[in-house]
Design a protein around this ligand. Structure first.
Ligand SMILES: Cc1cc2nc3c(=O)[nH]c(=O)nc-3n(C[C@H](O)[C@H](O)[C@H](O)COP(=O)(O)O)c2cc1C
Length: 444
């Protein structure tokens, strides 16, 4: 029997920042959690895993503008093992902190759509890392495609493509260890020969994964080389022929929601995953992506990043990548914007770009948009013991006896900034993009 699972109301979890910074008391409430099935990996346009560029605010803006699911940046298993999970009691941001910095941050609002990507060459370590994050994510993905030496020299990433026994043992271990509501998936690259690729795909699919992403480049190809999308059709047919119902996701050279249709037509893939185009403009998941990003996306992004206490260096890096089509903005205004951004060493000093620090309101709008998605429909049985699944509300509260080492000092009382420079075009808002990804709920 088909059942609807309601998404939880995260809005009720966001506490207005107060001068005292003490969270208001909240009654514990159990919320249902809509877990993913292979069907949820179909008919979608996904945000790709991207180290640095796939930061929490980027994932939130991608979801706001229509991304179906979002992958987090690759985290190496060993690094996660020593992390400490802390929750900001005001914003609900969950941080997995290393010795000196947060290695991975997430927010409960993205949990129903978040896939956590692990870099690993060891089944046991992969499982341990997955267990650390599994209450905060919906799926675990194994990176089998990174060609960089820091990955491959220790047998991770693309090195797994030529060690299928190890690759499959990691996926099998993850599938066995994770509860049924956590999906396990893999992201691979093409092997030089199609025959070898199909053999590898067959083994991977037989491990019980829910979805397979194929980056249509071989290990030695660079991003500037055109992706070999034409090779994917046969792989998709092959996987469909295996009859397990798993989703095949194309990755490589997709420019946005409109282009995803072309790629799906060409390859027959169930879904498409976007990296660099989303790094340039996280609203590319909409059929009407934002133009003039300096005036629309960037101010809102900076405000949200400050409210969520996102690391400044990471925020600046991400914003520096944004590049949109310009319709109204002239070259001088763009240059002035870049100059302000490059010249600043922290969030303070950006009032000329962002206007008022209304990040809390921007964030609430994102939450509202995400929550307006219709409940997920799924055919599989719900987890046997719903009560055993920790509620998102519970997880958004710092456990007693735990202190948050990074007090949320970054979005506190909204500042009435004065516009010292005359930059009227830059202090804007990123409006909702009215036509998100095909097959997706329309944001209201
Ligand atoms: C900045 C950046 C960081 C990336 N980090 C990851 C990563 O953490 N894990 C991964 O599997 N791929 C990573 N990739 C590769 C992308 O996910 C994607 O496979 C590749 O960029 C091809 O997609 P595209 O043509 O849409 O850019 C990264 C790519 C970029 C540009």
């Amino acid at each position: 029997m088909k059942r609807f699972m309601s998404s939880s109301n995260i809005s009720s979890m966001i506490t207005r920042r107060s001068h005292s910074r003490s969270p208001s008391p909240r009654a514990p409430k159990r919320t249902k959690f809509a877990h993913l099935t292979p069907e949820d990996f179909k008919n979608g346009v996904m945000l790709a895993p991207m180290v640095r560029s796939g930061a929490l605010p980027t994932r939130l803006f991608a979801l706001k503008h229509g991304a179906t699911l979002v992958w987090g940046p690759e985290m190496v298993d060993k690094a996660m093992l020593h992390s400490e999970r802390v929750v900001d009691p005001v914003t609900g941001v969950v941080s997995f902190n290393g010795k000196s910095r947060a290695m991975f941050t997430t927010h409960p609002v993205e949990k129903p759509y978040l896939i956590f990507q692990i870099g690993s060459s060891d089944p046991e370590l992969a499982v341990q890392a997955a267990c650390i994050v599994m209450n905060d994510v919906s799926g675990i993905d194994l990176n089998c495609g990174c060609p960089k030496p820091f990955s491959t020299h220790s047998g991770m990433g693309a090195a797994l493509l030529t060690n299928p026994d190890l690759l499959c043992s990691i996926l099998t271990a993850l599938r066995a260890a994770m509860p049924p509501e956590i999906t396990v998936s893999a992201k691979i690259r093409l092997l030089p020969s199609q025959e070898d690729t199909l053999k590898l795909v067959e083994r991977i699919v037989n491990t019980g994964i829910s979805a397979l992403t194929v980056h249509c480049r071989t290990r030695t190809m660079r991003d500037r080389d055109a992706a070999l999308v034409e090779r994917l059709k046969e792989i998709v047919e092959f996987v469909k022929g295996m009859g397990k119902g798993i989703a095949v996701i194309e990755n490589g050279d997709c420019l946005g929601a409109e282009d995803a249709k072309r790629i799906r037509d060409l390859t027959g893939a169930h879904s498409v995953m976007i990296a660099r185009a989303a790094e340039s403009n996280p609203s590319c998941f909409s059929l009407n992506p934002l133009n003039d990003v300096e005036r629309t996306l960037c101010p809102a992004y900076l405000r949200v990043a400050k409210y969520l206490d996102n690391n400044w260096g990471l925020t600046k890096f991400c914003v520096a990548q944004f590049k949109g089509k310009h319709v109204d903005l002239d070259k001088a205004a763009q240059k002035q914007y870049r100059a302000v951004l490059h010249g600043t060493k922290g969030f303070d000093g950006l009032e000329d770009i962002v206007g008022l620090w209304t990040g809390e309101d921007d964030f609430r709008e994102i939450v509202k948009t995400i929550e307006a998605r219709p409940p997920r429909l799924y055919a599989a049985a719900p987890p046997p013991d719903q009560a055993a699944v920790p509620s998102e509300l519970d997880q958004a509260t710092t456990p007693s006896g735990t202190s948050n080492p990074h007090p949320p000092d970054s979005g506190a009382p909204l500042m009435l900034a004065l516009h010292r420079l005359d930059l009227p075009v830059l202090t804007g808002h990123d409006p909702l993009t009215p036509t998100p990804t095909p097959g997706l709920p329309v944001a209201v």
